[in-house]
Design a protein around this ligand. Structure first.
Ligand code: F6P
Ligand code: MG
Length: 445
């Protein structure tokens, strides 16, 4: 199962992995410290204040370890069943790794798990999500696109011809794709304004941005989707807030057109990569849509508010009647690439492979894990990067990802050279303004 090319490592100065480890992680950890200081300052319970301070100290220590490139240490026994698994992996595969010279993918996941260790070891902060206020604030910030989509999709769809379906599907796939630009861990690079610009919903904007989709398999996905009838479709989710909102718009369309009768949404089990969806974020999103106070400072019209509530109440009905299922599995919060899915989480693998007719993997981290985050030649076929387990056992896989890390595959000959006439490798691979929609049909190519 090992890929034939080297993994990305933060020891390569100037690489995005290096920039992330040296610069972005400290910013993210500092934002956790800020959030915690505000949170415990509001508390009156002595234990909670004391434990809040201890967490802040722990985050500072973690930051220090990373900045000084210390060796990664095993997890402390914090009461969670995954401790033994992590520690066994560290001992077997990464016994001498440091934060910079180990696998970037593994270490980045480990950092978020190390953060959770601090909360698990407390008695009063176990369920606290230090990223929640950032997630809420940025969802609020995307009100323009939220209301626009709510106005467009709140009413039930009229019966459509297959040709109209195709046009709308094409549009929704792109809305869903660019929704991934909304990743809070990248806000350390991109301004809110940049991100709002990428939240394309209008037709012209989408057409303009489609030029930046460097591998575009939307038509292949449509060829599969048009043949679906009452299927099960899965979303391995990425970010909360706006990205989740647009994922739900697409899921709603799949249900209304009867392409799917069941949608399964896979969340993370712990706060992850700043903005990733945990199960609580799902209910938070619906509550925010119902609560007129949430977007009140954005002065929506009465029509806007009514449209959003109508949409959210339809979504809530899907959940109540079991058409939408919200679930999470610890494998999504391990440090492993998805080539290990079959051996590490056989029941999850079997469920996805046998019962789902299409699995959408959203976002950059999922793409890194699908492709083992290693230095593939850029024209490597997506199926080769996925490996046999995924490319031959799943019915079909679609990755929707704005490019926010070096790894890339599936490019046609000559495309890289063309892009690099106007963009540097760092810009088109890591800047979040280019994207891929890559599809695997479940058959060897
Ligand atoms: O920091 C590493 C990284 O994987 C980036 O590549 C990306 O900016 C972010 O974390 C996660 O992005 P996404 O939310 O799209 O998975
Ligand atoms: Mg994310």
């Amino acid at each position: 199962n090992n890929p034939p090319c080297p993994a990305y490592r933060a020891s390569e100065k100037g690489s995005f992995a290096w920039d992330t480890t040296a610069r972005r992680w400290p910013v993210i950890l500092t934002s956790v410290i800020d959030d915690m200081c505000k949170a415990y300052a509001k508390e009156t319970d002595d234990t909670k204040v004391k434990e809040g301070k201890a967490i802040v100290e722990g985050v500072s220590t973690l930051k220090y370890e990373i900045e000084h490139d210390r060796q990664i240490r095993p997890l402390k026994e914090d009461g969670q069943p995954d401790v033994a698994v992590w520690n066994q992996q560290i001992a077997t595969y990464f016994p001498n790794s440091t934060w910079f010279d180990g696998s970037w993918l593994y270490n980045e996941c480990l950092m978020y798990r190390r953060l959770r260790e601090l909360y698990n070891l407390s008695t009063t902060w176990k369920d606290y999500d230090p990223f929640l206020s950032q997630k809420n604030a940025t969802f609020k910030g995307s009100f323009g696109a939220v209301f626009e989509l709510a106005q467009k999709f709140s009413k039930l769809l009229d019966a459509q011809t297959e040709e109209q379906n195709q046009i709308l599907f094409h549009e929704l796939m792109q809305v869903c794709l660019w929704g991934n630009a909304h990743d809070l861990s990248l806000l350390t690079n991109m301004s809110q304004e940049d991100i709002r610009n990428l939240q394309a919903t209008g037709k012209e904007k989408l057409e303009e941005q489609e030029k930046n989709i460097v591998v575009n398999d939307i038509d292949k996905v449509w060829n599969h989707v048009k043949g679906l009838k009452n299927a099960r479709v899965d979303f391995v989710l990425d970010n909360a807030g706006f990205e989740l909102f647009v994922d739900l718009v697409l899921a709603d369309w799949l249900v209304q057109t009867k392409k799917a009768e069941k949608i399964v949404f896979h969340c993370k089990t712990i706060p992850w990569f700043v903005s990733d969806v945990i199960e609580d974020d799902f209910s938070n999103l619906l509550e925010s849509c119902f609560n007129p106070e949430f977007f009140a400072s954005c002065s929506p019209s009465q029509d806007d508010v009514a449209a959003l509530q109508a949409l959210a109440s339809r979504w809530q009905d899907y959940i109540k009647n079991g058409q939408w299922v919200i679930t999470s599995h610890p494998f999504w919060c391990s440090g492993l690439a998805y080539r290990h899915l079959r051996e590490e989480a056989p029941e999850l693998f079997a469920d996805l492979a046998n019962n789902s007719q299409l699995v959408f993997f959203k976002g950059d981290l999922n793409f890194r894990k699908l492709t083992y985050d290693c230095k593939w030649p850029v024209t490597t076929p997506f199926n080769t990067a996925l490996g046999e387990d995924l490319s031959e056992h799943f019915t079909s896989i679609c990755s929707l990802r704005t490019n926010k890390a070096d790894v890339i595959c599936g490019l046609k000959e000559g495309v890289q050279e063309k892009i690099e006439q106007t963009a540097t490798p760092l810009e088109w691979r890591c800047g979040g303004k280019y994207a891929v929609v890559e599809y695997s049909s479940g058959k060897p190519e």
